[in-house]
Design a protein around this ligand. Structure first.
Ligand code: FES
Length: 68
């Protein structure tokens, strides 16, 4: 798995099928990628909704790769 921390923005996760559990709710997302909020301002957590731009979130970019 590879997580990309976008400069001043969300975390991009590449995949094809994600299983999301939030509280009692669980759903399967069939998408090539998801963007996770890391600014704390999204109204659609855990996903980015673009709020980071409005609030001027700043953080360096980077990559985290999970090795087997
Ligand atoms: S990183 Fe985009 S709304 Fe938080």
């Amino acid at each position: 798995m590879r997580l990309e921390f976008l400069e001043n923005g969300p975390i991009r996760v590449e995949g094809a099928r994600f299983r999301l559990k939030v509280g009692e709710k669980e759903e399967v997302l069939e998408r090539p990628r998801v963007f996770l909020c890391r600014c704390g301002g999204s109204a659609n957590k855990p996903f980015c909704d673009g709020t980071h731009k409005r609030i001027g979130f700043q953080a360096p970019g980077g990559v985290l790769e999970v090795e087997d």
